[in-house]
Design a protein around this ligand. Structure first.
Ligand SMILES: [Zn+2]
Length: 510
């Protein structure tokens, strides 16, 4: 049994959960679910980043201590992910003692190995970003993100000797060509590294809400450098060596392209500095761009800023479309790694075409026909059906796609099987036939297709697939069996009652 460790970024607890973070989390969850389906030992991690001045300020503004405030904001993420049926194995909060302990152990090791040093730092600082800016990156002296004037700051900082790792990073990526995917993002990281790496300031004295520097308590680690270490905390770095060695370095970090440098440059260098292997795989996804008329219409007036992905709460969508259809859309619509579109029209169209007209229609048709032609008892599948070779091909291609972090392709391929079953029903027209062998053959095939689809689509739509499984008269769950055996054509043995239920996906107006 192979081990599979997957992480999302930890989300900043000062922001509300939104469709952008849901996009990453649903993809990581579905990929993890597929690995569980394959029988692998999976550890999937998400959580919240709870340090930094912005959070401390927000807490104060709202009349709470930072701790009370992050208890509330972090809970919003846990609720949002529960609402999207995310089956993470751990939820890490950077304010937990286990994390503080790990950060101190990890950064002390880097310090002892001589890659952290103290120096004077002065520069133009944005209080909201909690970061320094080069003069040329400012907008007439103001932060390009926040618009507030940057202030001249000077302080003693600890620096991480990032410059010492330029060659090592380049040879690491050369030796490990799939360490960053897709290739366009790998090239972006490589050209950044080749352009020359400067040492980075990793502590602040102006900050109190964070992990204090163990060898100099007047300093606190800058929020980013503590946050990245969450990936080690959750698997026992410095606390449980055996467990740590089981899961590291074979990790998959799923991240958005806005945090590529932190993950593809800073983070592997920090690992090297601490004497551990860099992460084996960083998969960088693109951004969804909000489009469509319906979301634009919700703008107050023409001058209002366009609706951003970060403005949309996932529960608004799931209340409207259902949890599984939203999961399906987030997984199916855009190739992971590319930028894509996000619109209500797009969700409705995907819902109607793939879910209502294809999958939902097949489920309803088959149950109705089994009711009228077979007294409600599902006929056994024909092992030598003409659909068997296609099914084998679909299982192989879908598995390969999911394993390559391509849920969109995995689902697209799976839907070929649904289309083939619908086509064979239309060709055979069992509704015109008397009960008998010909009817049993085409319905047995369709039931077997639905059994396979319930397994293959379960990482995307766990509840819907469980419902289909039950309607087919099957016991247990689509995720129960050994994958290779369960996905072989011929598993539907019949002689069980097929349930005719309500439409799984009532059609919607686009
Ligand atoms: Zn700023």
């Amino acid at each position: 049994m192979a081990r599979f460790y997957i992480t999302t970024p930890i989300y900043y607890a000062n922001d509300a959960p939104h469709v952008g973070s849901a996009y990453c989390t649903v993809n990581a969850d579905a990929i993890a679910r597929f690995q569980r389906l394959l029988g692998n030992d999976v550890f999937s991690l998400t959580g919240t980043d709870e340090h930094g001045q912005k959070l401390a300020d927000a807490a104060e503004k709202n009349g709470f201590s930072p701790r009370e405030w992050t208890d509330q904001t972090s809970a919003l993420f846990q609720q949002a992910w529960d609402g999207l049926d995310i089956a993470n194995d751990d939820f890490i909060r950077t304010t937990e003692p286990r994390h503080h302990e790990t950060v101190k152990a990890f950064l002390s090791t880097i310090y002892e190995r001589g890659f952290i040093y103290k120096d004077n730092y002065s520069g133009l600082y944005c209080v909201s970003c909690e970061d320094y800016y080069a003069e040329e990156d400012l907008d007439a002296g103001s932060c390009p993100v926040h618009g507030r004037p940057a202030v001249q700051m000077s302080e003693e900082n600890y620096f991480f000797k990032l410059s010492a790792f330029q060659d090592q990073l380049l040879s690491w990526y050369e030796a490990n060509p799939t360490a960053i995917q897709p290739a366009t993002k790998r090239n972006e990281a490589l050209s950044f590294i080749r352009s020359g790496l400067k040492d980075i300031s990793i502590t602040r004295t102006s900050l109190t809400w964070g992990v204090s520097v163990p060898w100099d308590e007047t300093h606190v680690f800058y929020v980013w450098y503590d946050a990245l270490i969450n990936y080690l905390t959750a698997i026992g770095y410095g606390r449980d060596q055996e467990r740590f060695a089981q899961w590291w370095p074979a990790v998959h970090h799923l991240i958005g392209k806005e945090i590529l440098r932190f993950h593809c440059v800073w983070w592997p260098a920090m690992c090297m500095a601490a004497g551990i292997e860099p992460p084996a795989n960083i998969f960088v996804h693109g951004w969804l761009l909000v489009g469509g008329k319906k979301l634009s219409k919700s703008m107050a007036d023409d001058d209002a800023a366009p609706v951003k992905l970060t403005d949309i709460a996932p529960e608004v969508l799931t209340a409207d479309f259902g949890v599984d259809p939203i999961r399906y859309y987030l997984l199916r619509e855009t190739i992971l790694g590319n930028d894509g579109d996000f619109s209500l029209e797009g969700i409705a169209s995907r819902y109607n075409s793939d879910l209502a007209n294809n999958l939902g229609n097949l489920v309803a048709r088959v149950a109705t026909l089994v009711g009228s032609k077979c007294d409600g008892i599902g006929p056994k599948v024909n092992k030598n059906s003409a659909l068997a070779p296609l099914a084998a091909q679909v299982v192989a291609e879908a598995s390969a796609a999911w394993s390559a972090f391509q849920p969109s392709v995995g689902l697209e391929v799976t839907w070929k099987l649904i289309a083939a079953a619908n086509a064979s029903l239309e060709q055979a027209e069992p509704w015109k036939l008397e009960p008998g062998e010909a009817v049993d053959a085409v319905l047995g095939d369709a039931l077997e297709v639905l059994r396979l689809v319930a397994i293959l689509a379960s990482p995307a739509m766990p509840s819907v697939c469980q419902e289909i499984w039950g309607r087919l008269g099957l016991v247990g769950a689509p995720t129960d069996g050994d994958f290779a055996t369960a996905t072989m054509w011929g598993g539907y043995l019949g002689e069980v009652a097929v349930v005719k239920g309500d439409p799984l996906f009532p059609r919607r107006k686009v």
